[in-house]
Design a binder for this molecule. Structure first.
Ligand SMILES: Cc1cc2nc3c(=O)[nH]c(=O)nc-3n(C[C@H](O)[C@H](O)[C@H](O)COP(=O)(O)OP(=O)(O)OC[C@H]3O[C@@H](n4cnc5c(N)ncnc54)[C@H](O)[C@@H]3O)c2cc1C
Length: 435
């Protein structure tokens, strides 16, 4: 049957073997695929009224861009696990990169405006929203909050237009949840620093122009931050293959072998791991809004699909069990938006704690997991196809559940805040006794 390479012998192949797949609308004419994005119908409690006119305008602009420019191409690029670089200029023209940063060509949005923009990106495609969070809420914000005046002037204006792209490199192969123990080193030399070590999972890193890298200062033993430029001698970033979610995001393994960074590119505001907390506070709010946006999109898709698809002579929406699932999803979206919105308001009034942000991120990802799995059921077989959004969203949610602090780690952050007891490290193992 097969030759030595495992290929099917010629005589057992059909004449149509290897033909390209049928176009989805020909293969399944009864329901519209996500390339024509469904209307937005998840704002049941009219939370849009809570936004300012400026925030509503931003929301509308991002929504239109995503539906028009990303929805038609996202299945293809997600499947190929490639990023559609040609969309970067128009994504930059939305003027959301740089988020809350004021000046230096950045939009200076309210945190609520930034969050709702992230939700609208995620509603259509979570890979695009992840690129934006890594670029804007992690890398740009680190430069904005911890960089020198010269660094801000030099790097932020082109990053704000997405003429250049940034990444943010904290995680290492041996230090994920325990990132503050990282082992990459920064050694002082004449005129600068030499970086050695390894990073893993770093979004945008394979093509980023600007890499914000964290390493341990060999003199102080504290974590410092550095701006490394693309193609610096000794730097490589290679793509992590075979991901099941956020497939358009180019996550990389970074090797740092004697990479020289000049003194001007050391971030003066990162003198310990604690200094990253101002950045993580904002980025965690943004990540908390990704599952909200994903759930909105999945609800919208299911709402249309159930009315279009017929079984037993009636639309799927006619069945009580399906309506219950749809309403449970809608209820989840209402609750998630309210939690996300309140989190932004706490931040704006300077009352937000790390525990608040962690609980919101953990809880919205958990609720979204329930929402997308209900959606997956509702679409039957098409629920496992990227073409109908829900299968893709289902997979995209998994890395979000894990990054920016896993569900568990974020629960432990809030747990520590509300109990006063830290439980990150296991209790000392005790000798088993007969008692
Ligand atoms: C798609 C993707 C994109 C990413 N992008 C970036 C990026 O751009 N930059 C960056 O720096 N990093 C990035 N990360 C890394 C991400 O932040 C880490 O994956 C995450 O922090 C978890 O680390 P880990 O994968 O090593 O899991 P581990 O730390 O090995 O955890 C494995 C499991 O053990 C649990 N666990 C660990 N410690 C404890 C504990 N003390 N108590 C209870 N349970 C515990 C975890 O909750 C988890 O369930 C990305 C990851 C992914 C998957």
């Amino acid at each position: 049957m097969t030759d030595k390479q495992g290929n099917l012998a010629k005589d057992v192949k059909s004449s149509y073997f290897g033909l390209p797949a049928l176009d989805i609308s020909l293969a399944f004419p009864q329901a519209t695929p996500a390339s024509v994005f469904p209307p937005s119908v998840s704002d049941y409690f009219q939370y849009d009224d809570l936004l300012t006119p400026v925030e509503q305008d931003h929301r509308k602009k991002v929504k239109e861009f995503m539906e028009k420019e990303i929805a038609p191409i996202m299945t293809e690029y997600w499947e190929k696990a490639e990023f559609p670089f040609h969309v970067l200029p128009n994504l930059g023209a939305l003027r959301i990169a740089g988020g809350t940063i004021k000046g230096y060509g950045c939009p200076g949005m309210s945190i609520t405006g930034n969050a709702i923009a992230i939700a609208e990106l995620s509603r259509v495609d979570a890979s695009i929203s992840t690129l934006m969070i890594v670029h804007s809420s992690l890398a740009m914000l680190t430069i904005g909050l911890c960089g020198s005046e010269e660094q801000k002037q030099k790097y932020l204006p082109s990053l704000a237009q997405l003429r250049t792209v940034a990444c943010w490199a904290l995680t290492e192969p041996d230090y994920g949840s325990d990132a503050s123990s990282l082992k990459s080193t920064a050694t002082k030399v004449d005129g600068g620093w030499v970086l050695n070590g390894q990073k893993r999972w770093i979004g945008n890193s394979t093509f980023a122009d600007v890499l914000v890298v964290f390493a341990r200062n060999t003199t102080t033993n504290q974590i410092n931050g550095f701006i490394v430029k693309k193609d610096a001698p000794g730097l490589t970033a290679t793509k992590i293959e075979n991901k099941i979610g956020l497939r358009m995001v180019q996550n990389g393994d970074i090797l740092l072998k004697g990479v020289f960074v000049s003194d001007e590119d050391k971030l003066p505001g990162v003198n310990s791991f604690q200094d990253t907390s101002k950045v993580l506070a904002v980025s965690r709010v943004m990540v908390a809004w990704q599952p909200i946006g994903i759930s909105m999109g999945v609800y919208d898709m299911c709402h249309r699909y159930l009315k279009e698809r017929k079984q037993f002579g009636v639309p799927l929406a006619s069945f009580q069990i399906n309506q219950e699932k749809l309403v449970r999803m809608l209820g989840n979206v209402q609750a998630m938006v309210l939690v996300g919105w309140r989190l932004c308001k706490l931040y704006e009034s300077e009352k937000m704690t790390t525990g608040h942000a962690s609980m919101a991120k953990a809880w919205t990802t958990a609720k979204a997991r329930e929402t997308v799995s209900l959606g997956r059921e509702l679409l039957g077989g098409n629920g496992i196809l990227a073409d109908f959004l829900v299968g893709k969203a289902f997979c995209d949610l998994e890395p979000i559940y894990t990054f920016e602090g896993t569900y568990d780690i974020n629960c432990l952050v809030t747990g520590r805040e509300v109990t006063g007891i830290s439980s990150f490290k296991p209790a000392q193992s005790v000798q088993l006794s007969r008692m």
